[in-house]
Write a protein that binds this ligand. Sequence first.
Ligand SMILES: [Zn+2]
Length: 215
Amino acid sequence: MARSTIDQLLSGNAGFVKDEWQPNAEYYKSIAAKQTPKVLWIGCSDSRVSEHQMTGSKPGTMFVHRNVANIVAFNDVNISAILEYGVVHLKIEDIIVCGHTRCGGIAAIEDGVHENYIADWLCIATGAKEAADRIARERGLSREEKLAVLTEENVKLQIKHLRNLALIKNMHAKGKIPRIHGWLYRVESGSIDVLVDGQGGVKPAVAKAAKPAKR
Ligand SMILES: [Zn+2]
């Protein structure tokens, strides 16, 4: 009889306890006593984009917020509380905003979506769509290339939103912490590209997949 997904999850947990937790019991007991994550991760809810797995990290490494299209919303009490807890109480010094290829949220921004809540949510990425429209026009990009640009522009826009939140703005008025990084995860290969480094440096606006048209 085929096992249900739920059964697989529970037997997977039994395997995790036996093969991962118990052989590393000292580590897991230490994080059970106190979490000290070094990174605050803002990523997409997409099932293929698992931050700890893609970075080869153990539980306890990252404090995590995920939503559709890795968006930083001004009026989102959820992300604000996570940020406050992460940078003020856990004293996390690095925040990563990570977008990814083949993102359904990004495709929905490009195509326009009329479902109530999804449309409202994706409105927060309107600025990225405008930038991608302009770049696509200038360079004559294909749809796939444009989606790559939109994905990158969205990461940069959400970093801008992050920097404009009072909590972060006030911290940056005093120094460079928290450092903010922008990453792109490629679901086709499992690799990560750095779009914005923690020093504020920005990589070229067009993803590797999107070659500029010849001029
Ligand atoms: Zn996504």
